[in-house]
Design a protein around this ligand. Structure first.
Ligand SMILES: [Zn+2]
Length: 271
């Protein structure tokens, strides 16, 4: 049965979804709200394959940060690469000699991939879907498609396949967890973030605000693409780095952070 993306399978009212043959008794809805009954299989929240075939992964890894008390932090930048801000972020990182992890959109790698040619082997390049959908509304096939197309174009462009995946908006349903695990990716959220909206009236406050959130093992979310409010952080990136250095933090990529902690950085084992 074909299920289009951005739609979810929903059992017709009263249908026993688990009953044999019930898979035919479905209708498609545009979205799920609280009154929508969730089907056992095939919806964005299901971590079971829609056809109930065995998963090709035995476990999933979802992390918000590294563990342990070592003062290490990973800076991450989402949604690029894009000519507008990415070069400014790279220049600030280079000036400070700091590695970072970039969660790239496949469509931006396709259109602006050359921006990261010097990043290979220094920064970490990771998967942030192809065009930034809300995977909380995508079924297993839709999630697989978004992740696969992005890894493929990143491999073609940079010669390496990403091992980390970040879901847009931090939205993960069971389908996204399963798809990422089956594709060998660790799902990476964050434990601190640039909150430009909180410091709009006093943008220099971004330094204090980020520093106040950082703990040993923190993964810090920021963006190298987006509206002008992103510049609050981008223009003060060197100051943020300097502050965290004063507080004893060393900067590492996400994979290095996870490799040095009990959280696994390795992909889920494949069946
Ligand atoms: Zn994003």
């Amino acid at each position: 049965m074909e299920v289009t993306r951005r739609q979810a399978l929903t059992a017709v009212a009263g249908a026993a979804v688990g009953a044999a043959g019930a898979v035919g008794a479905v209708r498609l809805v545009e979205h799920l709200d609280e009154s929508t009954p969730l089907p056992f299989y095939g919806s964005p929240v299901s971590a079971v394959r829609p056809d109930r075939s065995p998963p090709s992964a035995r476990a999933a890894s979802v992390v918000w940060g590294g563990t342990g008390e070592e003062r290490r932090v990973a800076l991450t930048f989402d949604d690029g690469p894009h000519p507008k801000w990415t070069p400014r972020v790279l220049a600030a990182l280079e000036a400070e000699g700091v590695p970072a992890t970039f969660f790239c959109l496949g469509r931006n790698v396709r259109d602006h991939g050359a921006l990261h040619h010097d990043s290979v082997g220094h920064h970490e390049l990771a998967n942030h879907t192809f065009d930034h959908p809300d995977l909380g509304r995508h079924d297993w096939a839709g999630c697989r498609d978004q992740i696969t197309r992005t890894s493929r174009i990143m491999e073609q462009t940079y010669g390496a396949t990403p091992t980390l995946f970040r879901p847009p908006y931090g939205h993960v349903g069971g389908a996204a967890v399963l798809a990422a695990a089956e594709l060998g990716l660790t799902t990476v959220l964050w434990s601190a973030q640039a909150r430009e909206d909180l410091v709009a009236a006093h943008p220099d406050g971004i330094v204090d605000d980020i520093a106040s959130q950082v703990r040993p093992g923190s993964i810090v979310l920021a963006h190298d693409t987006g509206g002008d409010d992103r510049l609050v952080t981008i223009d003060r990136l060197r100051a943020v780095i300097a502050r965290l250095r004063e507080e004893g933090y060393a900067f590492v990529t996400v994979s290095a952070l996870l490799a040095g902690s009990s959280a696994t950085a390795t992909a889920a084992s494949h069946a």
